[in-house]
Write a protein that binds this ligand. Sequence first.
Ligand SMILES: *Cc1c(COP(=O)(O)O)cnc(C)c1O
Length: 358
Amino acid sequence: MSGLIRAVIDTQALRHNLNVIRTRAGRAKVIAVVKANAYGHGLVSSALAIQDATAFAVARLEEGMSLRAAGITAPILLLEGVFSRSQLEDAAQDKLDLVIHNERQIELLEQTEGAGRFTLWIKIDTGMNRLGFAPRDFAPAYKRIRMLRSAPKKLRLMTHLACADERDGDSTRAQLKRFEEAIHGLNVETSILNSAGLLSGVAPGGDWVRPGLALYGASPFSDSTAADFGLRPVMTLISTIITVREVLQGERVGYGGAWTAPRDSRIAIVAAGYGDGVHRSFAPGTPVLVRKQRAPLVGRVSMDMIAVDVTGIPGVEVGTAATLWGEGLPVEEVARHAGTIPYELLCSVSQRVPLEPH
Ligand SMILES: *Cc1c(COP(=O)(O)O)cnc(C)c1O
């Protein structure tokens, strides 16, 4: 037992998931979204494991530069684009592709006259109201980009879906309609779908799809898990039981004495707390996998520890492994108990948890 807690990263599963996504994507090309440290899975190691993805996408310039420094040669798309001359120059240097979502970014291109160094993706806001040109502002933006003195290497169009995880699909269809109206008559490649859009099959895909969560083997839908789509979990967060104790009926456990034993109980203390990314919002009853059985969390999450009720689970002792999520315990299920989404759990595994390739 070197470290008590580790996140085991199954790169085989990552490659498997990419293949599942490719099959679903049909003719569309796949942009593997690896922002936020590849959703907590390790930016460079994850990208290297799926180097045959057609392209990668990240949120920040630094992430794109790290991928280039690691030798990734595939196209890399900056989903938020750049915000200054110096960022633009860095992006050009590293041959990063840019999303253009506001007028300030067009101005930057006009001022530097080096647009020919870039593949550009103009983002149209079709209802998310976060990034992108409103449909009525798109035509003038498109025209300005077409008039740049040096034409971009490639010019493509994209939008982002706000409600693709909702089953009825009404608002997704409304967004798609706005997108199609805005780009009507233009012969350019497009990208629309995130994981939920791709997996729900609610909409035709455009030329490029942009899955993130699905790659890592988690479902974006609240009523399904990744296995329903043939996806396999990539991260398994495993810690270690550091003490097992008998707690008598009526005794209380943890800070605030928040849990009272309803009967004599066996309580295991697991080395995992909010200092590791196991949020304090994990509710009592959140399952922890111990010897292949779901043991419910009891009491409050501390910085370095949680308590789980292992009464009736034989063979639990100091050193026994405890899985917080991953293989055998879908992160989607845990996220529901924690009042959050799998994205947030995966991204918030902390620095002190080593990522171990499987
Ligand atoms: C993060 C992101 C994605 C990937 O979303 P998932 O739900 O993880 O598939 C796709 N497109 C954009 C613009 C994003 O910001």
